[in-house]
Write a protein that binds this ligand. Structure first.
Ligand SMILES: C[S@@+](CC[C@H](N)C(=O)[O-])C[C@H]1O[C@@H](n2cnc3c(N)ncnc32)[C@H](O)[C@@H]1O
Length: 324
């Protein structure tokens, strides 16, 4: 194996501040105020998310890691040698290491991530652990069109997509299907796709996971307002909003909201937004799935389910799919 450090030039499609501004104005102008969760992840937001992953209440990360540890060998066998590995929302790049260790001669690792500096720092750690691995980072919003970097001279035999963390749950069902269709076109025919999906379970356990006692999830949620103040010149008073996570039984999703604790007005540039006491900004949904329901969804998006693994308590699932 080539022992030299091989991080390719960044393909940088980071959303601009104008795009951030336009999304925020649109979301806050809606009759039910919303903000897109992809903007949680500035540098501080990414660090707070990593802290969430360590919380005792936040079962998804450790449960998914356990499943991946048990089945990394199975995934490697399904992928075959010289796989090009594409990870969507790669974050701190922890889970990918389990796959990189198990794969036979991985051809390249292509992380796709909106939080640029966090990804670049994670890549340094991966490069140190896997010398000679070709890393070709893409900073992009994966809900928008982008292409994967070409890597001339770096032949791959198969493609392995990886979308862990139940990040797919942030989409509605229709959005998840659209995303998976786009991903299928990016990955190409007969690619293997591995997706981590959180499962429907006891509401108490779910609510605790998103309302941790240490208040890290609250800080993560409120950080979005801090980011708007910093980058867009907003006037949000962070002390006048509080975090709330609700279980929506009908839609089987956790909803994160920021609740206005009083009647107030907030400015973003020229725009003024009015909040009634108790009015909320819906900042994130985390849809929970049943195994069969998720498999049906992937079929609609043009994938053939191969297998699914869960933990003993069936808290979380990891799906292996093939692009049709
Ligand atoms: C829930 S975290 C999961 C992180 C990590 N994959 C894990 O499993 O722990 C979601 C990750 O996806 C990234 N992300 C969220 N929305 C994105 C988007 N639209 N495009 C690209 N990356 C996105 C975030 O920056 C974050 O790193």
């Amino acid at each position: 194996m080539n022992r030299t450090r091989r991080i390719e030039a960044l393909q940088d499609l980071e959303p601009t501040v104008e795009e951030f501004h336009a999304s925020v104005i649109e979301g806050l102008s809606a009759p039910r105020k919303t903000l897109p969760c992809k903007f949680f992840y500035d540098e501080r937001g990414s660090r707070l998310f990593d802290e969430i992953c360590e919380l005792p209440e936040y079962y998804p990360t450790r449960t998914e890691l356990g499943i991946l540890e048990r089945h990394a060998g199975d995934i490697a066998a399904l992928a075959g040698p010289r796989a090009r590995l594409v990870e969507f929302g790669s974050g701190a790049g922890v889970k990918i290491r389990l796959l990189l260790r198990a794969l036979r001669e991985p051809a390249a690792y292509l992380p796709v991530e909106i939080s640029r500096d966090h990804m670049l720092a994670a890549n340094e750690g991966i490069a140190a652990k896997f010398p000679g691995l070709c890393i070709a980072p893409v900073c992009a919003d994966y809900t928008q069109p982008f292409t994967l970097p070409e890597l001339p001279g770096n032949e791959f035999r198969t493609t392995l997509g990886f979308f862990p963390g139940s990040t797919i749950g942030n989409f509605t069902r229709d959005e998840a299907i659209s995303f998976l269709r786009v991903a299928r076109n990016l990955l190409g025919k007969e690619a293997l796709m591995i997706i981590g999906v959180d499962l429907v379970k006891d509401a108490g356990l779910l609510k605790a996971a998103y309302n941790d006692k240490a208040g890290v999830t609250a800080a993560f949620n409120l950080n979005l307002l801090r980011r708007i103040n910093r980058e867009l010149g907003g006037t949000f008073d962070l002390a006048a909003f509080r975090h709330e996570a609700r279980w929506n039984e009908t839609l089987e999703r956790i909803e994160m909201h920021l609740v206005s604790m009083k009647r107030q007005q907030v400015a973003i540039g020229e725009k003024r937004f009015h909040f009634a006491e108790g009015e909320t900004i819906h900042t994130e949904s985390s849809h929970k799935y049943r195994i069969d329901g998720f498999r049906m969804l992937t079929r609609e998006a043009g994938y053939e389910p191969v297998t699914v693994w869960t933990d003993d308590q069936e808290l979380f699932s990891v799906h292996a799919l093939r692009t049709a």
